[in-house]
Design a protein. Sequence first.
Length: 245
Amino acid sequence: MRVLYGPVESWRLGRSLGVDPLAARAKRCPFSCSYCQYGPTSRPTLRRQAHVRVERFRAAIEARGTVPADCVTFAGLGEPTLAANLPELAAVARERLSLPLVLLTGSALLPDAGVRADLQAFDRVIATLNAADEVSFRQINRPAPAYPYSLQAIIDGLCRFRDTFEGQLVLQVMLVKANLHTAPALADLVHQVGPDEVQLNTPLQPALGGPVTAEEVNAAAVHFSGLPLSSVYAQMGGIGPLRVA
């Protein structure tokens, strides 16, 4: 499967060249999130390994040549932190492309100190937090039965990462019908982590479980006062970042 894709236009990242450090035919992830655009995870996994050899990645970049993009985003078909050689891949991308490095994560492995150390290789990490309690976490993120961590362990991992990360930490809060009523509690957790930015997002495609409306996102935003906010509706509507005093 391909390692590089795009560039694609993103409301959050501008023009982004995508990297899939898993390069698998089927999704690899510890979660099977209810809103995931790739559908359920047929075989959830927690195993970290090097899926893409550094030599293959370097060759793919060299074959692609110069790419007009604003950043390089590690994401792809699954949870990118399952790639055990992220720092090595990031080093090649930084050397060959000279662009800011971003990683998108569902936060599943952030309780792991080794994963947190690997993420130091990136300029910006966008981590997802969309549950305010263990019941919502199990309902929305749907971790594998063997998943060893609680929601509190993920929050603790985010806080520890925030304390050591020299780049920009962004928390994506994915709002769906099932967690909209927990916005005040979600905001409390976000304040606890103290990210550089909060992105209020919602799955816009009906097949992903149904989006919340722009009005509902704006109502939820009130609870995140004191934090720099952006939202998918504000950006797509062309009215710029959403700020709450």
